[in-house]
Ligand binder design. Structure first.
Ligand code: UD1
Ligand code: CA
Length: 453
């Protein structure tokens, strides 16, 4: 049986932040979530996360109950962190250990690491990569036969070792039995006064146990996020991958370098993403849409053949053949039904806009349930808030709401009713009735089958 251990007890000083490093936002999700998703893709029987004691609840809240949380009271080093997880490894033969700050080491890479470890039947396998400038990373030191004999941190390395370009990514496979033999033999007499996980490699090797390295070609991206600069590189890498995936799926992205799309976004074939668009969260866009230029979508479900032009849409649903924008704001559970149009400077909050209904200019539609083929004139406001509570506006099919009408909710405007320009409507309006004025009064009933004008 194989277990996973995520080392997440470090301090992350180089981020220069009051937010713990692994909670920094990487394309809409905290860094740690990527690492856990990558591990979850493997057939592990248990995943253990080693955390700082004061962050245990925060980790639990963010990562959920599928994991075992182990506390490291003091940040005594990565080796000490692994030691905290040992009691959880009973009945396991192999353990995969990863750093919590390396979100780009994919499931596939980890799978290859495990396969290589099992195939060679070694005591430990280090996931390494080769880079031109090995900087502050741990060097992988090998003997003439290619066996790993130690990993030396840059601060402790000799001049000769500093020239080694194969570096430790911080992911390892260990035989659990061998790990138990050496876990209490770490010392902290090194440049940082820490218990290094990497010392375990040296101890195993000196006992005559075989240690291999498995080299990934991911390069410096495998080495985790230590600084804001590293974070920006990870963002760039994931964005590029996402855009490539979408383009292969038949999506046109006019200017990839000026577009932001988070990993969980799905886009249908022949949709065009115009420049300066931001697609976030669980956003799903159908086929043959045009999004942007300059649209911001967060958790939005959009049908086919829609046009969202210079607009903001959040946590809402838009059916097919809908036109939005420019400069519309649709939010908080709004539903825009097929063939509707939401025009410039229209805000729609928590409202249903029926099929073929049009609200083309300067409106606020909040807590409203609007039927089919309704015309919302310029400047119409649903006055949904009385200072204490929010109230509902119902506008039935075929109503005509004149320009600058104020609808004082709660209120119902009947089917086919008409409000005159500038009306302040304080009472329900019967179907097919024309009201005008402040406060609005009945002008007349519409004639049978007539238009009421
Ligand atoms: C570590 C490796 C280095 C490797 C590099 C790759 C060690 C000693 N060195 O260096 O060889 O090239 O990763 O990025 O591991 N942690 C704890 N508790 C602690 C200290 C650290 O859980 O007390 C965790 C951190 O959260 C992190 C991991 O251990 O996930 C590595 O620690 P970090 O301080 O980031 O080591 P690096 O200097 O990056
Ligand atoms: Ca690190």
């Amino acid at each position: 049986m194989i277990a996973g251990v995520v080392l997440a007890g470090g301090v992350g000083e180089r981020m220069n932040s009051s937010i713990p490093k692994l909670f920094h936002n990487l394309l809409g999700k905290p860094i740690i979530r990527y690492v856990l998703e990558n591990l979850s893709g493997l057939a592990l029987n248990k995943i253990i996360i080693v955390v700082k004691s004061d962050l245990k609840e925060k980790f639990q809240y963010t990562c959920g109950d599928d994991f075992v949380y182990v506390v490291q009271d003091k940040p005594l080093g990565s080796g000490d962190a692994l030691k905290r997880a040992i009691p959880e490894l009973e009945n396991f033969s192999t353990v995969l250990v990863v750093n919590g700050d390396a979100p780009l080491i994919t499931t596939e890479i980890l799978e290859s690491l495990i396969s290589s470890h099992n195939a060679d039947n070694v005591s430990a396998t280090v996931l390494s990569t080769v880079i031109d400038d090995p900087m502050h990373y741990g060097r992988v030191v090998k003997d003439e036969l290619g066996n790993v004999i130690r990993i030396v941190e840059a601060k402790d390395a000799t001049e000769r070792e500093k020239n080694i370009k194969e570096v430790n990514t911080g992911a390892y496979c260990f035989s659990v039995d061998d790990l138990r033999l050496v876990i209490d033999r770490m010392t902290n007499n090194n440049a940082q006064g820490e218990y290094y996980i990497t010392q375990l490699i040296e101890i195993l090797s000196s006992m005559g146990k075989r240690v291999n390295s498995y080299i990934t070609d991911l390069g410096s991206l495998a080495l985790g996020i230590n600084s804001r600069f590293d974070l920006s590189l990870a963002i760039e890498k994931l964005l590029t991958e996402k855009m490539e995936e979408l383009m292969q799926g038949g999506v046109t992205i006019v200017s990839p370098e000026n577009t932001y799309i988070e990993p969980d976004v799905r886009v249908g074939r022949d949709t065009v993403i115009e420049p300066f668009s931001v697609l976030k969260g669980n956003t799903f866009i159908g086929e043959n849409c045009t999004i942007g230029p300059s649209s911001y979508l967060l958790n939005v479900d959009i049908g086919d053949r829609c046009d969202v032009f210079y607009s903001v849409v959040k946590n809402s649903k838009i059916e097919s053949d809908v036109r939005v924008g420019p400069f519309a704001h649709i939010r908080d559970g709004a539903i825009i039904k097929s063939n509707a149009a939401i025009g410039d400077f229209v805000e729609v909050k928590k409202s249903i806009i029926g099929s073929h209904t049009k609200a083309m200019h300067h409106s606020y539609l909040g807590d409203a349930d609007i039927g089919e083929r309704v015309n919302i004139g310029a400047g119409v406001i649903t006055c949904n808030y009385d200072g204490k509570n929010k109230h509902k506006t119902i506008i039935e099919d075929g109503a005509f709401i004149g320009s600058n009408t104020n609808l004082i909710a709660p209120i119902t405007i009947g089917r086919g009713a008409v409000t005159g320009a500038g009306a302040v409507v304080t009472k329900d309006v019967e179907p097919d009735t024309v009201v005008v004025g402040v406060p609005a009064k009945i002008l007349r009933k519409k004639e049978e089958g007539g238009k009421g004008e």
